[in-house]
Design a protein around this ligand. Structure first.
Ligand SMILES: NC(=O)c1ccc[n+]([C@@H]2O[C@H](COP(=O)([O-])OP(=O)(O)OC[C@H]3O[C@@H](n4cnc5c(N)ncnc54)[C@H](O)[C@@H]3O)[C@@H](O)[C@H]2O)c1
Length: 353
């Protein structure tokens, strides 16, 4: 059993990571501010077991982060807490700077203080895994893929804030010796993703017969990664990854947005034969492009495959099928977010952990 501190554990990827680590018998402390994107409900049964504790806290709060580090006494930190939506970063970038940059630095400081006080073996084995994105590398042309040594060239305020946080994570390793590993992954999809992100947007609009918005000409290419495969890669990086190194994680599943949207619509046509909105692809509407919209991302993940033995278990067709089914079968979850039901429970003082 390991003791692991997970930040952002009530978010999309974080909740998947926490559910898996708890189920494997680790002692997990989740730190999450429960912003509009965080929902303790996403943690499922992990909320009710003795090997999980939920700490409602802001990673920008240095005192709180230090207190939790002392309480959790972790063997490892997986840092996922972030403002993560590119469109929101264009509308209000400052929150991205404070959480993604300042929050990361507060966490690195607290982790370094805690780690410095450990014995030699524990210090050597400790890991701070900073979870980042391929978006820090900017946009690709029609050929090539990002490698671990591709320079940072962020184009959106979100990507810029993540790039800055990568630099601080690296600097904490070089300047203070903290055993940091950094992961860059491509676009994730799967259960419990916020309804504002592309895959759920398409599913829910199709289900309800609303227009399905597609930015620009829909020819932007993303490399799609099923969230469980990503979580498994993070577990392997923690276990076998080297301190001071960067690991790219991607499923080599490139697809244009418009093809992805059409694939989801086709799944919905099959799964909902009685729907009055079939064929769902008729609901697609091209809308004005996002400013600075990166054209193509692709990730070379040969290093995690070769050195850590990782490979994706779920291909894109299967993953989309699982995801569409999950949204159809778990309406309580996205309705709880959309209709404010989870917020009401929170305001009523419902405690977790
Ligand atoms: N989703 C993707 O496709 C993707 C791809 C590459 C990298 N990433 C990275 O993975 C991480 C998780 O992404 P996600 O999609 O799960 O994001 P998400 O928006 O679903 O979850 C983010 C979580 O962080 C929490 N949080 C936000 N600000 C906080 C603060 N100040 N203090 C404490 N908690 C705070 C939120 O409440 C939420 O639970 C992020 O760092 C993101 O940059 C995501």
């Amino acid at each position: 059993m390991k003791r692991i501190l997970v930040t952002g554990g009530a978010g999309f990827i974080g909740s998947c990571v926490v559910r898996r680590l708890v189920e494997a018998g680790n002692m997990v402390v989740t730190v999450d501010l429960l912003t509009y994107a965080g929902h303790a409900e996403s943690l499922g049964t992990a909320l009710d077991v003795p090997n999980h504790r939920f700490e409602h806290a802001d990673i920008r709060d240095r005192r709180a982060v230090r207190r939790i580090m002392g309480l959790a006494r972790p063997h490892a930190v997986i840092h996922l807490a972030a403002e993560s939506h590119v469109d929101r970063s264009i509308d209000s970038p400052l929150e991205f700077v404070t959480t993604n940059v300042q929050g990361t630095v507060a966490l690195l400081e607290a982790a370094t203080d805690y780690w410095s006080g450990l014995g030699n073996t524990a210090r050597r084995r400790f890991r701070f895994l900073h979870v980042s994105t391929d978006e820090v590398c900017g946009s690709l042309g029609s050929e090539g893929a990002f490698s671990e040594s591709t320079p940072h060239r962020p184009n959106s305020p979100y990507a810029a804030s993540k790039a800055a946080s990568d630099h601080f994570a690296r600097a904490w390793h070089r300047s203070f010796g903290l055993p940091v590993a950094i992961s860059h992954c491509s676009n994730n999809y799967g259960p419990y993703q916020m309804p504002e992100k592309l895959v759920p947007v398409v599913i829910l609009a199709a289900l309800e017969g609303r227009p399905i918005p597609v930015y620009g000409d829909g020819e932007n290419v993303r490399d799609w990664l099923f969230v469980e495969d990503h979580a498994r890669a993070l577990e392997l990086i923690l276990k076998k990854g080297m301190s001071g190194e960067v690991y790219n994680v991607g499923a080599e599943a490139e697809m244009t947005n418009i093809r992805l949207v059409r694939a989801i619509c086709a799944r919905m046509d099959t799964l909902l034969p009685e729907s009055p909105h079939r064929p769902h692809a008729d609901l697609i509407e091209f809308v004005a492009d996002r400013p600075g919209h990166d054209r193509r991302y692709a990730i070379d993940s040969s290093r995690v495959r070769r050195e850590l033995g990782w490979q994706p278990a779920v291909d894109l067709q299967e993953g989309l099928d699982l995801t569409v089914r999950w949204y159809l079968e778990n309406r309580w979850w996205w309705r709880g977010i959309r209709d404010g039901g989870f917020e009401d429970r929170r305001r009523q003082g419902l405690r977790f952990g």
